[in-house]
Design a protein around this ligand. Structure first.
Ligand code: AMP
Length: 189
């Protein structure tokens, strides 16, 4: 099984590269951001709870996102593997994921961290906000605070997987194909 964590700040290209990984390796894409946005759009109780938090650019509580990931992993037992996109974002989420996979006799194969300079991240996210109308991508202040939260709360997750010898950094500027080729190289190395 191939279980890839696609890691990086908002705008690093995780969604774009996830789609390509899914196609090439026949994996299941699990994006907690997409799952949460679907709950918000469907106006479910969970979505209403997440909505306020997401509009402030803060992280949704660990137990909510961990529960969502557990449901999806358990619903896809026959899968060849998963691309986790935007998860784990805290050390507690990383530990929960490691435990969940262990219970199922699986483990994280690699964490691929997409690295992009802040100015370019902001440009990309605001562009995506215009193109896709994502409610949390349209305000520069909010994008900046999401990047700050990534730096303070999410970056330590990289250390967690570095310690396990599973971390690989990939420079996320270039054409989509160039970056994808580097990711595939990192996976097969
Ligand atoms: P994303 O689409 O991954 O940029 O996520 C959009 C928003 O959803 C984030 O700014 C958070 O508010 C929330 N979110 C997504 N994934 C997580 C996660 N793993 N942990 C906590 N909050 C999350």
């Amino acid at each position: 099984m191939l279980n890839i964590l696609l890691f990086g700040p908002p705008g690093a290209g995780k969604g774009t590269q996830s789609k390509k990984l899914v196609e090439k390796y026949h994996l299941i894409h699990l994006s907690t951001g997409d799952l949460l946005r679907a709950e918000v759009m469907a106006n479910t109780p969970l979505g209403r709870q997440a909505n306020d938090i997401m509009r402030k650019g803060l992280l949704v509580p660990d137990e909510i996102v961990i529960g969502m990931i557990e449901n999806k992993v358990n619903a896809n037992h026959g899968a060849k593997g998963f691309v986790f996109d935007g998860f784990p974002r805290t050390i507690a989420q990383a530990q929960a994921l490691d435990n969940l996979l262990k219970k199922l006799n699986m483990s994280v194969s690699k964490m691929i961290a997409l690295e992009v300079e802040e100015k370019e991240l902001i440009r990309r996210v605001l562009q995506r906000g215009k193109e896709l109308g994502r409610f949390d991508d349209q305000n520069e202040m909010l994008v900046r605070s999401r990047i700050k939260i990534y730096q303070s709360e999410t970056l330590p997750v990289a250390e967690h997987y570095k310690k396990q010898g599973k971390f690989v950094a990939v420079y996320g500027i270039g054409t989509i194909e160039e970056i994808f080729a580097k990711i595939c190289q990192a996976i097969s190395s």
